[in-house]
Design a protein around this ligand. Sequence first.
Ligand code: ATR
Length: 269
Amino acid sequence: MKKWYAVIGDPITHSLSPFMHDTWFRDHGIDASYVPIRVEPANLEKAFESLKLLGVSGFNITLPHKQSIIPFLDQLDDTALKMNAVNTVVCDGQQYAGFNTDGDGFVRSLLTHPVDRNDQLLVIGAGGAARGIVHALKRAGFHHVTIANRTFRRAEELAEETESAAITMADAESSLADFNIIVQTTSVGLSKDEALPLSLDRLKEGAVVADIIYNPLTTSFLQAAKEKNCTIVNGVGMFVYQGAIAFEKWTGVEPDTEKMIQLITEKLG
Ligand code: ATR
């Protein structure tokens, strides 16, 4: 029987996940489809019951439900438990298990660029997104991770939890040349004219600079880094790889990520 999958969130109309998963189902000859469903926060439990009743095989969860879905699930994997957030649900026929593929998605994307696990890596931000990424970086064996955040205490807490280092934004600005990889995880830069979360004046030429934002494709942060001849990593790779990991969990098939990054870049360009 044809299987079906979904993404639930509010808003949901701009999600590129249906395009991505439907393309992969088609390209890999899998008889399945993927639908976007807008679910208002007050209706989450009822919506989940409906998905179950209609035999959903798995689904993605986006804002604002990543945390609030947890009480309704039967199982959580270690990462979702640690993050207290779920972006992927897999149904094995009876049980619904929650996973969080965002952090590992970022790391897979980063590893397609010229980076080394011994590089000095600076993460800017200490919110939910940064947490997933720092945990995944440490799991993947990046040894030298430093976290800078506007609210220093949050950087310290995340650093303690992940055996990383914490520095203030001012210290990050003045020691920026010490880092080979810089990862921007804050929401700053979603609009084009927004100020940078920190000055990039001392950025090392040739560093790898990543932003988790993918729409717009180029943030003011990446633009400033480009002017310093840095390798730029936008958020498209993270988006595609978090989806690829979910797709693998659902189907056992490793989808074509390179082509998808191109397709999505064209769509957003
Ligand atoms: P997310 O899940 O997207 O990470 P979050 O948990 O609310 O969202 O975290 C937002 C992050 O962006 C935090 O690191 C926040 O810094 P604070 O901890 O000091 O709030 C950071 N951030 C948001 N607006 C910022 C700004 N204008 N300048 C610098 N950092 C900012």
